[in-house]
Design a protein. Structure first.
Length: 485
């Protein structure tokens, strides 16, 4: 949307509020109408409703340290509940057209990095702790200080690395990529399909889903990801009914006996705030670094999203500041707490809210519509749990692409920032760990600045964090020297 359009959308002398609701949300004052807000609320929901499918698949496909898995139906309920409640709270408290739900990338950290080290209760406790710490950072004003400590290029590299990691998970979950058995005696760690070739109807569903998704994205179709998931789920149901398929993996695309069912709130409250610190085999340094990783991912995604949505909606003040920023950031931190307490992973602000802005949303009233639709979804969980991985995984590939686009913002001609950025991006998918990627980037950045005689340019927070990462990477020899092992 051009600046000219934004100006013309907003009258120079806004009409008086039509009623108390209009006055509370400043709908007329911001040049909007109830019709635009309602349309925007629907648009935001339909473009981000895919999280009701993906979050249960990502979290539900992982096992914790003790081999336990989370129930898909309960995960769907928890995801919808947190999205509904926190989106409404953001609308009323922050008065921005900014919806919230479980964060992609953050849920991958929980599922594939944290859960294997501890129980699910302890893992979700770390999410709650992360959210509480973010709230403290907001209240004390330290959030902006930390924001300024990390170079912009490294922030962008973290996002790109997470994008590649998510895409890799999508390829693996769909069976498009698989690990080569050790018995093969080969140096190649992964291969195409299960035997070096693509075979089976499920893989075809995934490939068609990827092609459909990228085609819709290229056409800039609103709701492209959701359209692809729904379409390929229907295709998978048809194929499953007529073909002899041994297995689809975790989810078989079969129509449920009932469409509407009572929500299952079984996961709500299943968390242990400090349990991770007492987990056998998990050191305090590891736990601290995991919490730091969660804070870092949530921290910068939110800041970028809030500024981006506010700019697109033309809501920045004359000094370029976001209205109600303190309350918005505090609510976002509270959303992380709510996500962990509900076992649905950290909830965060969604850039997909831009879809609602494109439809005319300018206030938090549209959040009431979006949140209401998420609440309605609580009663349709049977429909949301028939989506096979092969129909949903193309969305992970698409999200990976969208996060990858930030790579163009990095100055690749400046080695002092390009090398740390590269290591951040490459190490994440290659080691299947987001923490490792962030650590490699931070350590490389501080080292290169020191070698170039620019050590003072690295913020003390980066120095302290890099020392923690060095201990993290060298924990085994350190433990041997100290006689811990």
């Amino acid at each position: 949307m051009s600046e000219t359009q934004k100006v013309t959308d907003r009258p120079s002398a806004p009409p008086p509020a039509a009623n108390s609701i209009d006055g509370f949300f400043r709908i007329s004052e911001r040049g909007s109408t109830f019709g635009r807000e309602i349309r925007g609320g629907f648009a935001t929901f339909f473009i981000m409703a895919y999280i009701l499918v993906l979050n249960p698949i990502i979290l539900g496909s992982a096992r914790d340290k003790y081999g336990e898995q989370l129930d898909a139906v309960q995960l769907t309920t928890a995801t919808a509940l947190v999205a509904a409640v926190m989106t409404v709270i953001m609308g009323i408290g922050g008065n921005l057209p900014l919806a919230l739900a479980a964060g992609l990338g953050l849920n991958a950290v929980v599922a594939f990095q944290i859960a294997p080290l501890m129980s699910w209760d302890d893992a979700m406790g770390l999410i709650v702790l992360e959210g509480l710490l973010i709230c403290v950072l907001v209240v004390t004003g330290l959030r902006e200080a930390v924001m300024h400590a990390i170079p912009q290029a490294l922030k962008q590299a973290i996002s790109v690395g997470i994008g590649l990691f998510i895409a890799f998970i999508g390829f693996v979950d769909a069976g498009f990529v698989s690990r080569i058995p050790d018995a093969a005696n080969t140096t190649v760690p992964v291969q195409l399909g299960g035997s070096g070739t693509l075979t089976g109807w499920p893989i075809l569903v995934f490939c068609l889903g990827v092609l459909l998704t990228i085609g819709l994205l290229a056409r800039k179709v609103k709701g492209a990801i959701l359209i692809s998931i729904v379409t390929m789920t229907v295709v998978a149901i048809v194929i499953d009914s007529i073909a002899d398929i041994k297995t689809w993996g975790l989810t078989t695309p079969e129509l449920p006996d009932q469409v509407i069912d009572a929500p299952d709130f079984g996961l709500i409250g299943d968390f242990s705030l400090f349990g991770a610190f007492g987990e056998p085999g998990v050191g305090v340094i590891t736990v601290v670094l995991l919490v730091f990783t969660l804070i870092l991912s949530d921290f910068f995604d939110t800041m970028g999203t809030v500024v981006g949505i506010s700019t697109e909606a033309g809501l920045l003040d004359k000094d370029g500041k976001v209205p109600n920023l303190g309350r918005v950031l505090l609510i976002d931190g509270a959303a992380a707490v709510a996500g962990g307490a509900a076992s649905s992973s950290s909830a965060t602000s969604y850039i997909e809210s831009a879809a609602g802005v494109g439809e005319g949303s300018r206030t938090g009233f549209s959040n009431l519509v979006t949140g209401g639709l998420f609440a309605l979804a609580l009663f349709f969980t049977p429909l949301l749990t028939i989506v096979p991985l092969q129909a949903a995984a193309p969305a992970l590939v698409a999200v990976g692409f969208l996060m990858m686009t930030q790579v163009k913002q990095i100055d690749w001609d400046r080695y002092e920032i390009a090398i740390p950025a590269f290591l951040t991006i490459a190490v994440m998918p290659f080691t299947y760990s987001i923490t490792n990627g962030i650590g490699a980037g931070f350590v490389a950045y501080v080292l290169i600045k020191t070698v170039l005689g620019k050590a003072k340019e690295a913020h003390w927070l980066l120095w302290g964090t890099s020392v923690l990462f060095l201990v993290y990477f060298a924990i085994d020899p350190i433990e041997q020297v100290l006689g811990v092992k």
